[in-house]
Write a protein that binds this ligand. Structure first.
Ligand code: FMN
Length: 189
């Protein structure tokens, strides 16, 4: 907070039920501006299984927290101003729904709002291997204007820890959002 560049920017962060919930948590820690958080029920269980974070601690990093069922929340409407949305990590289930225009919970509805309003939508899928169904869905979304950023950290900055590997991905997401950061050493620096 307190950084003039990002003041007034509102970003939705959705953590869905894919492995790699730590990416979403680190993004919340680093992201500036107003943060609206949605964690799906599956993601809550995965978060508990693969990190030491408590749900309440993660939720306290956001300015507002919504349940995935809150379809009457402000961010469900295009008339509510927010600037961008990052689904991180994004399950292939959520990705499939967004690519087909299904808006059955607050994550998929807010993503649909991004696409219809021309707002930045960043999707961080984590699944391997990828079926042709998954690849088709990602292609469709990329063609429809979303930024597809598979959780696929680079190793050229010579990471020394898991934190470094996570920070690489988070830094790449912040690059897409236009937020300056020093989360990894850039090639050539
Ligand atoms: C422990 C665990 C790990 C999972 N990891 C992934 C994953 O990495 N990628 C993925 O696409 N789905 C994964 N899934 C499956 C999704 O959680 C499942 O499709 C769920 O319906 C997604 O719902 P959501 O997108 O609404 O959170 C995982 C499920 C569990 C229980």
């Amino acid at each position: 907070m307190g950084h003039t560049l990002i003041d007034g920017v509102k970003t939705i962060v959705a953590i869905t039920g894919a492995s790699g919930t730590i990416y979403g948590i680190r993004l919340l820690e680093e992201l500036e501006g107003d943060k609206y958080l949605i964690i799906t029920e599956t993601a809550k269980r995965i978060l508990e299984a693969e990190t030491d974070y408590k749900l309440a601690d993660v939720e306290s990093m956001a300015d507002k927290v919504y349940h995935e069922d809150e379809l009457f929340a402000p961010v469900a409407s295009g008339s509510h101003r927010f600037d961008a949305m990052v689904i991180c990590p994004c399950s292939e289930s959520t990705l499939a729904k967004v690519s087909h225009g299904l808006a059955d919970n607050l994550v998929t509805r807010a993503a649909a709002v991004c696409l219809k309003e021309g707002r930045k939508l960043i999707i961080v899928p984590r699944e391997t291997p990828q079926s042709t169904v998954m690849l088709r869905n990602s292609l469709q979304l990329a063609q429809d204007g979303a930024v597809i950023m598979p959780a696929s950290p680079g190793f050229y900055p010579r990471p020394q820890s898991i934190d470094d590997i996570v920070d690489f991905m988070v830094g790449k997401i912040l690059d897409q959002l236009g937020q300056p950061h020093e989360l990894f050493r850039r090639w050539g620096d």
